[in-house]
Design a protein around this ligand. Sequence first.
Ligand code: DON
Length: 301
Amino acid sequence: MLEALLNTIDRDARQQNDWGKVASYIPELACVDPAQFAISVCTVDGQEFHAGDYRTPFSIQSVSKVFALALALGRLGDGLWERVGREPSGRAFNSIVQLEVEEGIPRNPFINAGAIVTTDAVLGRQAPRDTLGEMLSFIREAAEDTNIHINRHVAHSEQATGDRNYSLAYFLKSCGNLTNDCDRVLGTYFHHCAIEMTSAQLARAARFLCGGFGHQRLIGIERVRSINALMMTCGHYDGSGDFAYRVGFPGKSGVGGGIMAVVPNVASIAVWSPGLDRYGNSLQGTSALARLSRETGWSVF
Ligand code: DON
């Protein structure tokens, strides 16, 4: 039944005439063809289902912030919450305005300012190369796949045009909320955002957030719950309420058009379609998850 449903969702996605717009502020992503779609589901009983372009790697971008958060919580434990909040921001992912008003404490770990802080926490005193190695190992272990890499062209492309993130990092630094210098933190941040995965790999990697997969014990169940709560409330920025309303389970988007989603104790999911809506979240990817939730009854509510 799931296999047929995913094939139908894939076919219908391709018949829509609005793919949304690809992210243009990262030059390497601006040239991706928006008319692509992939969906992958791993169920807790060990089955996998895929449809569409599920073998095509894409830039996971902000989805990497979930892995950065998992590692930052491992480093600082609940001490992380002195440096970053747990509330939806109601603003764009790269917004600056709240950061000054709230004295350099980003609203949550998924807006850019928050992820720059979690990246700094994971870096600690390590070399960026070691931190990136640690993140890649975590993701490869979660996905049980060593063929997951960073696309350096994408990282350098973002670094060259990343003035907004530089401004966020310098402001955080001026408030005493970065321990490393800005170049070091952003170099690491741009590189983890530039990790590439297929939807099949990303759905497998998301099993660590799902519970129920006996062999996926990368982090404790209480951390799994915390991360899922944050994905539910903040995972789609100022589109998080709409995502919760339409889809009904936690998800994290990226401007590469990927979304990693979790139905606790039931399934982990990844969708990809590079065209974005006005919030910077995958247009067809979100519609596909809404349809999947409707037709399967999967929801946390
Ligand atoms: O920092 C940035 O702007 C990008 N590397 C990531 C932003 C992103 O993916 C927002 N998500 N939808």
